[in-house]
Design a protein around this ligand. Sequence first.
Ligand code: ZN
Length: 308
Amino acid sequence: MKTLYYSHPDFLLHETGAGHPECAERLRTIAKALEAPEFENLIRLSPPLGTEQQVRLIHPLFHIEAIRAAIPKQDIQYLDHDTVLSPGSEMAAFRAVGAVCDAVDKVLTVQADNAFCAIRPPGHHAEPELAMGFCLFNNVAIAASYARQHHHLERIAIVDFDVHHGNGTQAAFYNQPHVLYASSHQMPNYPGTGYPSETGVGNIINVPLKAGDTGIEFRNKYSSIILPALKKFKPDLLLISAGFDAHKDDPLASIMLVEDDFRWITQELMDIADSYCEGRIISALEGGYNLNALAASVAVHVKTLMGV
Ligand SMILES: [Zn+2]
């Protein structure tokens, strides 16, 4: 498999203050893990800056301008209890959008089979008109819209295995049958959305997990609900909101996954992509806050994408 890996020093410029779980060290730890010899065939790319036009596929101009206006000249500025801006945040957020859109271009023009974008800030809590939950722009939602508009794909599936519900992605596509959004997440937990009754126009699939659930429940729910729905939907492209905070060691949640569960879900999604969309997968980092667990889980995820 030809697997792309996007990273960039700009992602480290988004500073969140001492003790914040969504910190630049997350990406440094991932980068270190991916220096191991088994990753020598990864195609390492430096993403372009995303454009305002790309961001506006999901977010209105006033959302972009409100974020720009709130960026401090120094130190950090809180947008809400946990969403933070620093002088480098605009650069990081646009670079993250640039990474996912470039990955869409490269995978859809068969320059690679799949891609992993090691980006921050994360995106899935960002609603079209609201930054929240560490997220400014909804990277994966933008990638989905970009793939539809620029590559004229009909059906795009987004699978979100972050331990939190991707309220922003759900909000972006709630009435849009051409995008399937399927999420597994701990409930009750932040942000409070993600009930199975939230079904959009039949294109939203929410699968709650409960505190203490392990890989057994996680795999059962995917096997019985999400994977069959993906097979029925037959996507032209599969996007992954890849959060690794359902790991047993994560400090922000209480689901008990281990690295092998991330290998399993990655392989299951690859099998579906192989069946319906020539293997096309773009995976973008969302959460994951225990540094060692995050790095080990990303390593397994990327290794599986590479087919090694
Ligand atoms: Zn999360």
